[in-house]
Design a protein around this ligand. Structure first.
Ligand SMILES: [Zn+2]
Ligand SMILES: [Zn+2]
Length: 518
């Protein structure tokens, strides 16, 4: 390369190209790493910090950037009374923010130090201009993005992306753990989820004033209730009709997640109405918190409503009330109550994708299939929760052996010991072996009216357990016979009573066989 190939900046590429390169950074931390690598890069960044940061924010959120910004900038969020919880706890997460993400990005000359904590001066001017009635999302997204905001954007975008993955898995393509939504479907989902995030931040129960004082004056209470209802209705009125329908669908999805989380908690199903008041961040936390107590992230809300439970009637209509009024005003029918409302997000959604292939019931968020077992063996478990998983680990899986085999101590011990060797690949190994060796037992047709098992099945937990119950002992017999010759068969096979209390008998004979004497 000759000296003439170099630009004034001493590099073989011009400042414009460097600027362009910076806008392609996929994350704020990669942007930061890039500008700290080279003085020239840093200098170029300082010329246009706002546009570069905005471009990177777009790379993170996609086309939902205006809504993502609105979620953290809307002036009504700032006005929350915070009676009993910080904003981060009620609405959008300030936790999980990554400290290593960009500290120098707002080195723009125009942005003073306070920009990092406060909404920008420009935004304040906008707010002063618009008051709190007509918020123009275009205006809200105009101001330069501050360093603090980059972190909030990142944290919220992670939540939205993960919810999109879950949605895609549940309604579009259960074989993939990451979103298979198209560009425009993904945009519809994300925009709607940010709308919901904002809605639950602005209208969360902390603003309701359901204290006993207001009971003294019922009329005042009704008046206040109506005023708040009108405010919510007005807030939603700015959305287009497709956006309203999409908002309904993501709200239903959030309720579905919460319902899944509380299925073993003893709470009534109406509790899923809490999902909209809690907002996407906290509901995803519940979903991820299933190992111990899924409702822990909602504890303060549950405390708050404790005296009001039967849940507060306003909770059920938090979104649906003003939502329906808006549709009514446009002469639009309410969203369908069956599965077809999901079509608002994607026309490719099918109900079958969310159902067990065997019993046709919804499998919730736990599905048992080869793709699930493959993910598990790769150390991922997006779809199976620890409570379910522990049931099938090497320690416990012998409980799925057929009939009295599972009470055969000698057999269970030996099985657990062998199973340990497969580690996280245990279920994948069992599934593959049973199909490759063609030893899967189908129940005789006259005994059941369910379809045959197939190796491509997606099963609910109940059906998977019956599959194991019918077939696991065959797999264990295959594994065992590979390392030692099997003992003579006991006449009573897996139904033998003696194997459960007589260890000598259990060890002396093979019980991994059918009963031949009755
Ligand atoms: Zn099933
Ligand atoms: Zn026996």
């Amino acid at each position: 390369m000759s000296a003439s190939d170099y630009n004034e900046n001493g590099l073989p590429v011009s400042d414009d190209i460097i600027d362009r390169m910076l806008t392609f950074s996929p994350t704020f931390s990669s942007l930061q790493a890039t500008i700290l690598t080279c003085k020239q890069f840093y200098r170029v960044f300082q010329v246009h910090p706002k546009s570069v940061v905005r471009a990177v924010a777009y790379n993170i959120t996609g086309p939902a950037l205006p809504q993502a910004l609105e979620c953290i900038r809307h002036p009504d969020i700032q006005k929350l009374p915070h009676e009993f919880s910080s904003r981060a706890y009620w609405g959008e997460s300030d936790e999980d923010l990554e400290d290593d993400d960009s500290k120098d990005e707002d080195s723009d000359e125009n942005s003073g130090k306070e920009d990092k904590k406060e909404p920008t001066t420009q935004l304040k001017q906008i707010n002063a201009r618009t008051g709190d009635i007509d918020i123009d999302i275009g205006d809200l997204s105009l101001a330069p993005i501050t360093a603090l905001e980059t972190r909030e954007i990142l944290a919220n975008s992670k939540v939205v992306a993960r919810l999109e993955d879950l949605f895609s898995f549940r309604y579009l393509d259960r074989s993939a753990s990451t979103s298979q939504l198209s560009w425009s479907e993904s945009q519809a989902f994300c925009v709607a989820m940010y709308h919901l995030m904002l809605y639950s931040s602005i209208f969360h129960p902390g603003t309701w004033n359901i204290s006993s004082d207001s009971e003294n004056d019922e009329n005042a209470d009704i008046g206040e209730h109506r005023e708040k209802f009108e405010k919510r209705k007005k807030h939603l009125s700015r959305l287009s009709t497709p956006e309203l329908l999409q908002l309904h669908s993501v709200a239903e999805f959030l309720k579905e997640i919460l319902l899944w989380c509380v299925r073993t908690s003893g709470y009534p199903s109406e509790i899923c109405d809490l999902a909209l008041a809690a907002g996407p961040v906290r509901i995803l936390k519940c979903f991820d918190n299933q190992d111990n107590s899924p409702l822990q992230p909602l504890e303060d809300m549950l405390d708050y409503f404790e005296e009001e439970l039967e849940l507060h009637p306003r909770l059920a209509g938090l979104l649906s009330g003003p939502h329906l009024k808006n549709l009514e005003a446009r002469n639009v029918k309410p969203p369908p109550s069956d599965f077809t409302h999901w079509l608002s997000i994607s026309p490719r959604v099918t109900e079958r994708n969310s159902q067990c292939d065997r019993c046709q019931k919804s499998f919730g968020f736990n599905t048992f299939s080869r793709s699930t077992f493959t993910e598990l063996s790769n150390g991922e478990h997006l779809r199976l929760h620890t409570t379910s998983l522990s049931y099938y680990d090497s320690e416990n899986i012998s409980r799925c052996l057929k009939n009295r085999l599972r009470f055969n101590y000698a057999e269970s011990e030996c099985f657990s010991h062998e199973a340990q060797k497969f580690g996280a690949s245990l279920l994948l190994q069992i599934w593959n072996d049973l199909w490759n060796l063609r030893i899967v037992i189908q129940l005789p047709k006259d005994q059941q009216n369910l379809p045959d098992w197939t190796e491509d099945d997606y099963l609910c937990e109940d059906c998977f357990r019956s599959f194991l119950f019918e077939n696991l002992w065959l797999w264990w017999r295959h594994v065992k016979s590979g390392s030692e010759p099997l003992k003579d068969n006991c006449w009573y096979g897996y139904n033998c009573r003696t194997q459960t209390h007589n260890i000598t008998h259990a060890e002396k004979l093979n019980h991994l066989c059918e009963q031949t004497r009755f």
